[in-house]
Write a protein that binds this ligand. Structure first.
Ligand SMILES: Nc1ncnc2c1ncn2[C@@H]1O[C@H](COP(=O)(O)OP(=O)(O)OP(=O)(O)O)[C@@H](O)[C@H]1O
Length: 307
């Protein structure tokens, strides 16, 4: 007799690197995340979509420790995760912000160096303060940061300040900063926002390459309103609406799911513009826009909760 399949939470069931079970976040009377369970497989790319106010940013915030879950558990690489933002790098978790978030007073190179693990930044801090210590670690960090800039073909901007840069270059700097410490999990918050077609193509190529990156693949969670990008680069997509997971599956499954189209239509009808959501006549969500933290490579050792 065929064995009954155990119900699996959204995401995918194989080798999850990150698992959320029953995560609930309330802000006073508003439930921003409601019993959210999902899995992100090792080396995979999972998209998180949903209309404005669906809870996508709150999901990232709870994983990073910027907000506390009122209920539920998060597991990262087989250990309970009780995140604190300042410890993320050490846990191998990096995040880019919607608002880019570069330091205006630092050069591009220094901004990228600032994304490194605290321990490696000791020499960097000394050199910024013009202290005599500028050791091997600092040189190595500078080299690693330059390598990221070269990888993104923006090394010629290394000595410039963020305010001098074209917007797409600033976005790349933010990504370079998130990658300099070799994260195992990268949370990308609307990386395509404000980018044109060619830059989005380039971004898609980069995201696709992250899972098989030299020195260790990066597991990716992508919050993005730009549907074409999500559908191109994600193996799985989780759809939130009013804080709940309303659908999860492959991009094709999500594209054809009437509940997803309904959520976007409902958001439009309710006045929450999903900023350009394309809902075609048969109810499927189409391309277009439906509406940039940082890390350490090695998995932590020991058995206690991560924090
Ligand atoms: N710190 C907070 N205090 C109170 N309410 C909040 C807070 N952060 C988020 N919310 C509310 O929680 C809900 C989910 O917000 P969230 O920003 O996570 O949605 P989102 O899907 O990221 O939206 P968008 O696509 O517009 O960025 C919204 O109703 C929002 O107003």
């Amino acid at each position: 007799m065929a064995q009954a399949q155990q119900a699996q939470p959204p995401g995918t069931a194989r080798d999850p690197a990150l698992t959320l079970r029953g995560v609930t976040v309330r802000f006073g009377g508003l439930t921003a995340l409601d019993d959210v369970s999902l899995e992100v497989p090792e080396g995979g790319t999972v998209g998180i979509i949903g209309p404005n106010g669906a809870g996508k940013t709150t999901l990232f915030n709870v994983i990073c420790g910027f907000v506390r879950a009122d209920a539920g558990t998060i597991t990262w690489q087989d250990r309970p995760l009780r995140p604190r933002p300042q410890k993320l790098i050490g846990l191998g978790i990096a995040r880019t912000l919607q608002g880019i978030g570069l330091f205006p007073g630092l050069s591009v190179l220094e901004n990228v160096m600032a994304g490194a693990d605290q321990r490696k930044k000791i020499g960097f801090g000394s050199s910024l303060l013009a202290l005599p210590r500028s050791d091997r670690a600092e040189r190595e960090l500078r080299g690693a940061a330059m390598a990221r800039l070269e990888e993104f073909k923006i090394a010629s901007w290394a000595d410039r300040r963020p305010d001098d840069l074209p917007y797409p270059v600033r976005k790349k700097v933010a990504l370079a900063r998130a990658l300099v410490a070799q994260p195992r999990l990268l949370l990308l918050d609307e990386p395509a926002g404000g980018l044109g077609g060619e830059d989005i193509e380039e971004l898609a190529t980069l995201i696709r390459s992250l899972g098989s990156r030299r020195g260790g693949g990066v597991t990716v969670m992508l919050v993005e309103h730009h549907m074409d990008l999500v559908m191109q680069v994600c193996q799985r997509v989780v759809v939130l609406d009013f804080g709940r997971v309303i659908a999860a599956g492959t991009p094709d499954e999500i594209r054809d799911d009437p509940a997803v189209a309904e959520a976007y239509l409902g958001a439009e009808a309710g006045g929450h513009q999903p900023t350009g959501a394309q809902v075609v006549e048969d109810g499927a969500v189409e391309g277009g826009v439906v509406e940039g933290g940082v890390v350490e490579g090695g998995a932590p050792t020991g058995g206690g909760p991560l924090s």
